[in-house]
Design a protein around this ligand. Structure first.
Ligand code: DGL
Length: 262
């Protein structure tokens, strides 16, 4: 039975989760935009990648993390994962209507609205691209834009390992998106792991502009906390990082990701 502790109390923490380290790219935006909040991050690296699982499996994993965070006293949640947002956010919002739940989605709108003369490339996981949510987004914003979508199989696994300056990562990206060099000028990073390899993607694609959901997610969290009278200001916020791979090495890797530019 989930007890929603502190739900009307601005002193509760904001729970942030992802299938692994990717959501740390979103967490960086949240911490910058809302420095008075206490954030607790959980990365489910033991079960990553979510993008290769069925939507039902992703829902179950996301629901378990949500329930645990609410039991621990989360006042709001950020699903810092496009895949889990697509598979679970709507159902979780129905299940916990009293809790502000913010999801992330591919930043298709700003990419389509930005000036550009070539196609827009969307990089995301298989689940994100297959589910209804993405198709609705594409119909709404990209009906008159040429979109290319690539399910980047293997990329989340590789980013989870760290060592992002090794040549094998460039080889992997070359195989995934190399064919679009010169064809696209705007790239939507539709998975929260990908901002960590922005430079490497640019190495393969050349001169492109990137779009991700990090800043928009921080704005939406501020909006919902304010509306619900839960915003915490005038206090030095804290950040804690945890993983389902509970080892010192994994936590050191998460800390490293937290300090990478995104
Ligand atoms: N960071 C997750 C996302 O935004 C990655 C999903 C996965 O584990 O495949 O989609």
């Amino acid at each position: 039975m989930t007890r929603i502790a502190n739900r009307a109390d601005s002193e509760g923490f904001v729970g942030v989760f992802d299938s692994g380290a990717g959501g740390i790219s979103v967490l960086q935006h949240l911490v910058r935009a809302l420095p008075g909040e206490d954030f607790r991050y959980f990365g489910d690296s033991a079960n990553a990648p979510y993008g290769a699982k069925t939507p039902d499996e992703v829902y179950e994993l996301s629901a378990n993390i949500t329930e645990r965070m609410l039991d621990e006293g989360a006042k709001a949640l950020v699903i810092a994962c496009n895949t889990a947002t697509s598979a679970a956010a709507a159902t979780l919002r129905r299940r916990y209507p009293e809790v502000p739940i913010v999801g992330v989605e591919p930043a298709l709108k700003p990419a389509v609205l930005a000036a550009g003369s070539k196609k827009v490339l969307v990089m995301a996981t298989q689940v994100t691209l297959a589910l209804e949510k993405f198709h609705r987004l594409a119909e709404r914003w990209a009906a008159n834009t040429e979109l290319e979508t690539v399910a980047c199989v293997g990329l989340v696994d590789r980013i989870e390992q760290g060592h992002l300056d090794e040549p094998d990562l460039i080889d992997l990206l070359e195989g995934l998106v190399g064919a679009y060099r010169g064809e696209v000028d705007r790239v939507v990073l539709g998975c929260t792991h990908y901002p960590f390899v922005r430079t490497q993607i640019a190495q393969v694609l050349g001169d492109v502009r990137f779009f991700d959901g990090g800043e928009g997610t921080a704005r939406q969290l501020r909006r919902l906390l304010t509306q619900n009278d839960l915003l915490r200001e005038g206090h030095d916020g804290t950040v804690s990082l945890a993983s389902s791979i509970d080892t010192p090495e994994q936590l050191a890797l998460y800390r490293w990701f937290f300090n990478q530019p995104v």
